[in-house]
Design a protein around this ligand. Structure first.
Ligand code: FES
Length: 218
């Protein structure tokens, strides 16, 4: 599957395509142009790493790519979406991400390596449906206090903008953040952890950022 789709939804979020420039690094660059944009079927079937360009994903946009036969969502969170993230904690089942649903380097308030970028497996932890991205901060039929997130129409589970599950819904756990790392500022590789040194730096940088934001909010 070389699936790449953008949720245009009912929202005003801009749309743009993002390049999936190859699986297993950049080894496909010598192939004809079209093939350089898509992971090979074999690579996806065996769950090989998938490299994605995030350069054209606008704030508020979601792009979905396939990895290991699963839908991976990449969301460029807006300042407004981020602003509401911490304020959702009292409504969530596992706000501090204590369950092992993410790598250690993403166990932070935004569940990601870089605060703006949410990258995770868009599969509901109830029975495995693919929840819809509902990024707008506005009252919704399923939640008059909706601050953006994911809504699973199967049995009405709700997740916030860090894919953390709300209380009082059938889904028991936050959605999974799989291993990934940044190749550079505009490319991520899904399926591969950062190096040990990078992990230390990521954890330290996010702890510092979280402390600074908490101080500012106090
Ligand atoms: S599968 Fe998502 S709520 Fe049941």
């Amino acid at each position: 599957m070389a699936d790449e789709s953008i949720n245009k939804g009912r929202r005003r979020f801009l749309t743009a395509s993002t390049a999936v420039i190859g699986a297993g690094g950049l080894a496909l660059t010598a192939l004809p142009f079209v093939k350089t944009w898509l992971p090979s079927a074999r690579a996806e079937a065996i769950g090989a790493p998938v490299t994605v360009s995030i350069a054209k994903i606008e704030p508020g946009q979601k792009v979905q790519v396939g990895w290991n036969k699963q839908p991976i969502d990449i969301v460029n969170r807006t300042p407004e979406q981020l602003k509401w993230l911490a304020k959702q904690d009292p409504r969530l089942r596992d706000p501090a991400s204590k369950e092992p649903q993410q790598p250690k380097y993403c166990q932070n308030p935004w569940r990601s390596i870089k605060r703006e970028w949410l990258v995770f497996i868009d599969i509901c932890t109830h029975l495995g449906c693919v929840p819809d991205y509902e990024g707008a901060v506005k009252p919704e039929p399923w939640d008059p206090e909706w601050k953006g997130g994911y809504y699973c129409p199967c049995h009405h589970s709700r997740y916030d903008m860090a894919a953390r599950v709300y209380q009082g819904v059938p889904a028991p756990l936050n959605m999974v953040v799989m291993p990934y790392h940044y190749i550079d500022d505009t490319h991520i590789e899904i399926g591969v952890d950062p190096s040990a040194d990078e992990i230390k730096q990521i954890i330290a940088a996010n702890e510092k950022l979280a402390a600074s934001l908490a101080k500012g909010a106090a």
